[in-house]
Ligand binder design. Sequence first.
Ligand code: CA
Length: 276
Amino acid sequence: MSTSDQNAAPGTAPVRVVVIEDELTITRAIADRLTAEGWEVTTASDGPSGVRAVTEVRPDVVVLDVMLPGFDGLEVCRRIQADEPVPVLMLTARDDETDMLVGLGVGADDYMTKPFSMRELVARLKALLRRMRRAGAPAPSESEKQDALQFGDLVIDRAGRRVMRAGAPAHLTPTEFDLLLCLANAPGTVLTREQLLADVWDWVDATGTRTVDSHVKALRRKLGSDLVRTVHGVGYALEIPEDPEDAAGAATAPSSRTSPSDLSSMATPNLPAAAS
Ligand code: CA
């Protein structure tokens, strides 16, 4: 593990990043590039030292390779996310590996397939940091702070960034929450992968769409397969679930409001659990 903290812009805290990668040429290339951005870079070359580095440094963002000595990137991701959420960009060897990882619920926020350009890596990391800052910012209006969105048996507490389906809380990653909220802001409307990449991932010129597909799969796994509809060749739309207590509500009120204190009363114990 080594740290380089030169070039930090005066007066602002530098971005802290931990890079966990066992291929030294890649590690060096990433570290050089991010150091040139003024970031404080800590590197580790195996699973256990990667987890230690994250625990010690408390980074703003983590770049994590999948195949690592010791234990792999999946295990690293689980361990570092168990403590408190930290944005993770995972480096994969193949596109289908991304699908597999999201399917396993690893909880990374973005994925890049090797080989990748340093320019794209920096752009994606900056986008990730912008999103995290936005997510941490207070809700724009007092009413948004107070209100939750409700669609049938789905309740989205925007301020608390919590989601309930059929009375059961769902544990979403920050990215999964942002994706759900983006879809929920236009329920029933088909959003293209490019729109979602721009709005949720903040990618300005998006090329890869695997990240969107993978995160949609994760939402379905956690909230029920009926929630997000695929429109082949176009994109995705949020399907408004039926409210078992008020079937008419699903058709009439796409964004009826509920105060967070009502969240607990949303429980509908007769329903089978949505996540299975
Ligand atoms: Ca590797």
